[in-house]
Design a protein around this ligand. Structure first.
Ligand code: ADP
Ligand code: ASP
Ligand code: MG
Length: 401
């Protein structure tokens, strides 16, 4: 007998028919004699709809109240799925994140899981029940509800799998695995049989929303057996693991993230401590900085540029302007009309010419590169938002045709 964690995303639970489909998958696993913990997302676009409802009231809602609001979506799915399972004669109970023992830090709307007290889940499992947990949520030390950031139900699932030492964590979604590019945007994208944690972490962080990046981080840290598969077909999915068989693939995928902004702090003094002052401001406010670029100092000044998530751009700009006297600089410019396009693959570590092939493709398509960042297994470029889809298609064709 194994313990399996199965997570179902929004499309997989969006209506009555889909709930019954999910319940059948869960009941079938249960019938094989395995214990099952299910993690669910809010139905369909409910999280977006709830955000829109808050927006009707204010554009500056308190983050605490946003968490109170958004967590309700997952609670609905969990209760409905437990009812559906019971309807199929499968004993089940739903739990909110906090009932399931998720303790998080205080950071409303982007909380991190600190610990999971698994006592309740284990006691329900020992009563032969399927435990359906509302994903994306936990409780902080003030007994307030927190949420884990968009796509956070993946993280809930992997965290439960790690805490319970589960044999397998299956992420059921609306595509049948991880592809070389978003299969909805690039029709000839290929499904990967397996991918390493490191490659998946880069892809997820660079915009491939099929898995939330923190879930991959956790899966790597706790060696969780992770599989991405479809709730709508029975095809084999993609296995995410530490080492994959050599498939002879130089790169594993192309990703696009248009949820970024570039912040430039121009002509700051060319002296020690300036970058520290700029980026400590961002860190204090939990703004996740992506690419950082600093020009060579010339005529006693230099420029500092960085990317931040689009939703943090206004806050970053305000912080920089309010504190500009601390680090100087002649101008602060925010560009939200950008996207990041990246290629990822462990194979590029041992091959030359990968970057030049990517840049050549962009050149051939007359796409201007504004910033470049590389690591051992990825190359990212910042380009104009309007060029991003064209860039993804061209780069994918260059590497995979
Ligand atoms: P869920 O609601 O199940 O969590 P998401 O919408 O968060 O599903 O993630 C699945 C989506 O991720 C797919 O519908 C697909 O469009 C998108 N996606 C982006 N990049 C990739 C990729 N490389 N492989 C597979 N899917 C991808
Ligand atoms: N419902 C949340 C979201 O849409 C969490 C999730 O689906 O993982 O971001
Ligand atoms: Mg998701």
């Amino acid at each position: 007998m194994s313990l399996i964690v199965q997570k179902f995303g929004g499309t997989s639970v969006q209506n009555r028919e889909r709930l019954f489909n999910v319940a059948r998958i869960v009941a079938k696993t249960r019938a094989q004699g395995d214990d099952v913990v299910v993690v669910v997302s809010a139905q369909g676009d409910m999280t977006d709809d709830l955000i829109a409802k808050a927006d009707e009231i204010t554009h500056d809602a308190s983050k605490r109240e946003m968490d109170m609001l958004l967590s309700s979506g997952e609670q609905i799915s969990a209760a409905l799925l437990a009812m559906t399972l019971q309807e199929l004669g499968c004993s089940a109970i739903s739990l909110t994140g906090w009932q399931a023992g998720f303790h998080t830090d205080r950071a409303y709307t982007k909380a991190r899981i600190k610990s999971i007290d698994t006592e309740r889940i284990e006691s329900e499992l020992s009563r032969n029940r399927v435990v359906v947990v509302a994903g994306f949520q936990g409780m902080n030390r003030y007994d307030d509800i927190t949420t884990l950031g968009r796509g956070g139900s993946d993280t809930s699932a992997v965290a439960i799998a790690a805490a319970l030492n589960a044999d397998l964590c299956q992420i059921y979604t609306d595509v049948d695995g991880v592809y070389t590019a978003d299969p909805r945007k690039v029709p000839n994208a290929r499904k990967l049989a397996c991918i390493t944690f490191d490659e998946m972490l880069e892809l997820a962080s660079l915009g491939a929303q099929v898995l939330n990046n923190r879930s991959v981080e956790l899966a790597k840290k706790y060696s969780v057996n992770l599989e991405v598969r479809s709730s709508l077909t029975d095809l084999p999915g993609t296995i995410v693991k530490e080492v994959t068989d050599v498939e002879g693939m130089l790169i594993k995928g192309v990703a696009k993230d248009d949820n970024v902004a570039v912040i430039s702090v121009l002509k700051v003094p060319d002296e020690p401590g300036v970058s520290f002052k700029v980026f400590s401001l961002m860190a204090q406010h939990k703004i996740n900085v992506g690419i950082i670029l600093q020009s060579v100092g010339r005529d006693k000044s230099k420029d500092i540029l960085c990317t931040v998530p689009l939703e943090d751009a206004a806050l970053a700009e305000r912080l920089l302007r309010e504190n500009q006297s601390r680090f100087g600089g002649s101008e602060i410019v925010v560009d939200t009309d950008v996207a990041k396009v990246s290629i990822v693959g462990a194979g590029m570590q041992s091959h030359s010419g990968v970057a030049s092939k990517m840049f050549e493709t962009l050149y051939e398509n007359n796409i201007n590169i504004q910033m470049i960042a590389t690591s051992e297994i990825k190359i990212s470029v910042i380009i104009k938002k309007a060029d991003a889809d064209r860039a993804v298609t061209a780069i994918h064709a260059a590497f995979f045709s």
